[in-house]
Structure formats: C-alpha cells, structure tokens
Design a protein around this ligand. Structure first.
Ligand SMILES: Cc1ncc(C[n+]2csc(CCOP(=O)(O)OP(=O)(O)O)c2C)c(N)n1
Ligand SMILES: [Mg+2]
Length: 326
C-alpha cells in the first residue's frame, strides 16, 4: 500500500480497519493450521493478501446491501456480519456453524445478513447477482448487490450472459473482479485476449474502472463513489481490482506456476503493513500497540478454535433437513 504521510481519516477509523484486516489475515492462518492438523477436511481456499479489497468494499456499503461471492469467501462473510465464531465452526463442520455445519469452507451463507454465498461453480454467482439486482429494481429500493468473482471467472459463459442482462435491464449490480492474476494455476495472460479485464464491460456499454486492490484507502474511496452513483441511478458497473493471493489456490497447490520472488515482490506492498506504517506516521499508535492488537486477535482466534473444537457435529437426524429450502 502506498503510504501518505498525513491522512484525512481519524485514529478510530484507521485502527478499526487495521484490526479488521489483521483479524482476516490471522483467521485464515489459523484455519490453515487447523486443516493441516486434520481438524476438518474438504476444500480450503485462503484469502491471504486480498484483505484490503474485502474491507474497503464492505465499508462502502450499507447493512441492507447484498454481497455474493465465490469459494474464497470466509473473510467476506465475516465482513458482511457473520460472526467469525460461526464461520470457524462451519469450517469445522459443527452444528453451531453459519450453515449448521453442512456447507463448509465454500458455502458460507446468511439470508438475514444478506450474504448470499459462497459458490463453488466458477462464475455461478454472476447470474444470481443479476437476479438479485432485478429484485432490487422490482421492489424499488436503493440497495445494491456486490458480486465478487475471480479473474478466471471472466472466461466463463455465465459471466457474459449476466453482464448483458444487468446492462440491458439497468440492474444495480457491482461486479468486482478480484484479479489475483491466476486461476487455479494458469496465468490470466495466457487465457485472455484483453490486457485489462475491465474492458470486457465495453461489449455491453457498461460502466467500468480499475482500482489498486492492495490499498484499503484507494478501494474505499473508489467503491464509495461507485455505490453512491448506483443508488442515484440504477445501473451495473464492472470493477477490476488488482490484487494478489500469497498462498496457493487451495491448500493442496504446489505453486509451480510462479516464483517465490514474485510472491515476495507483492508482499512488499502488503496492505496491512502499509496501513500500519500510516498509523505510526500519524502517531495514532506505536509499534508496541500494533503488536498488542495482534496478540489480542490471536487470543480471540484461539478462543474461537476452542469453541469450534468443543462444539458437537450436526446430529444424524439433520441429514435430510434443508435439502430443499424451507
Ligand atoms: C464452472 C467451473 N469450472 C471449473 C472449475 C474448477 N475451478 C475451481 S477454482 C478455478 C479457478 C478460478 O480462478 P479465479 O476465478 O481467478 O478465482 P481465484 O481462485 O483466483 O480466486 C477453477 C477452474 C469450477 N469450480 N467451476
Ligand atoms: Mg484468480
């Protein structure tokens, strides 16, 4: 993150953002370790490195707005208001989990909090977001829906169909491409004819832009502007956020498609370290205080893991419940 010397933001705001991003980083590290210890199985896609985007976007929204995403979405679910304890317990397959322990890593969901998943089909969330956009328009509210998708998801047919509908019907959908440069292990430049993915909006005469997804302040300012416009006049927007994932695609990825040097280069622009520097430069906190916040977060996460560990699995009678919506 590019650090400015002076900031217009106050101490409380930046402290909150820093702690939130640090919570997401430590959360993902914690569940990664738990997975390696065999505490739960299945897929696990970590969001480490992409925290600034999640926090910057969420802080540009109102509680009534909707968020829908792919499978790399533990932290986006927490940002939308799902208790991190419930997300942890869901990963552990426990009844107190966000989806009763039946969804696991890829399927966090909360109807009440308007976090609509957690989807494993690459790009599958795009037409669902258009559907929610249609409902918003039909019900004449000024809510918006944010639909996160990966760079590789922009090569999926559903993405184009959804973009066409959203543009034609002027639906308030903000499609955000988290361009972390790779699909599972394929560099996006090998599979894509355009240099900028946001340009794909041109085919639909749709508003589009790009933002540095490694910088919380830039994301927050840019997305707040887009959302304010969408509330005034309903229409979709395609935003390409340049970001990077530090870990493999999922936990079983040998990462032969990139070098350690490349990862290290991105880590030099780490959004959390960058914000910490800004906080220190503005004398909002000292190095010791930042470390103390981190220690508190680690303690809180340990308590969450203990809670998830100690909680029961769903009983066998629950097996046929929620197969179809109630
Ligand atoms: C329709 C479909 N095709 C293929 C897959 C297998 N798959 C899972 S993740 C993935 C890569 C997606 O990469 P990207 O959209 O860039 O998201 P990222 O993992 O980088 O967040 C693929 C091909 C799938 N889940 N669904
Ligand atoms: Mg990607």
């Amino acid at each position: 993150m590019a650090t400015e010397a002076k900031t217009k933001h106050d101490q409380k705001f930046l402290e909150g953002v820093y702690k939130e991003m640090m919570l997401y980083r430590r959360f993902e590290e914690k569940v990664n370790l738990a997975y390696q210890k065999g505490k739960f199985a299945g897929f696990l896609h970590l969001h480490i490195g992409q925290e600034a985007l999640c926090v910057g976007v969420q802080r540009s929204l109102l509680p009534n707005d909707y968020v829908i995403s792919g499978y790399r979405s533990h932290t986006q679910a927490i940002a939308k208001g799902i208790d991190p304890k419930a997300v942890m317990a869901e990963l552990f397959g426990k009844k107190v989990g966000a989806c009763g322990g039946k969804g696991g890593s890829m399927h966090m969901f909360s109807k009440e909090l308007r976090f609509l998943g957690g989807h494993g089909i690459v790009g599958g969330q795009c037409p669902l977001a258009a559907g929610v956009g249609f409902a918003i328009r039909y019900n004449k509210t000024d809510d918006v829906i944010v639909c996160y998708l990966g760079d590789a998801a922009t090569n999926q047919g559903q993405f184009f169909e959804a973009m066409n509908m959203a543009a034609t019907w002027e639906l308030p959908v903000l499609y955000i491409i988290e361009n972390n440069r790779y699909g599972m292990g394929t560099d996006i430049r090998r599979t894509t004819s355009v240099d900028k993915l946001a340009k794909r909006a041109l085919a639909f005469d749709m508003d589009h832009s790009e933002v540095d997804g490694m910088d919380f302040l830039k994301v927050h300012e840019h997305v707040s502007g887009i959302v304010a416009k969408m509330r005034k006049k309903q229409k979709p927007h395609l935003l390409e956020a340049m970001t990077y994932r530090y870990r493999g695609h999922s936990v079983s990825d040998p990462q032969t498609y990139r070098t350690k040097e490349e990862v290290a280069e991105y880590q030099k622009r780490d959004p959390i370290i960058g914000l910490g520097e800004l906080i220190k430069k503005n004398k909002f906190a000292t190095d010791e205080e930042l470390k103390a916040w981190d220690r508190q977060i680690r303690d809180d996460l340990q308590a969450m893991e203990d809670y998830a560990d100690a909680s029961p699995k769903p009983p066998i009678e629950d097996a046929y419940k929620h197969v179809y919506a109630d």
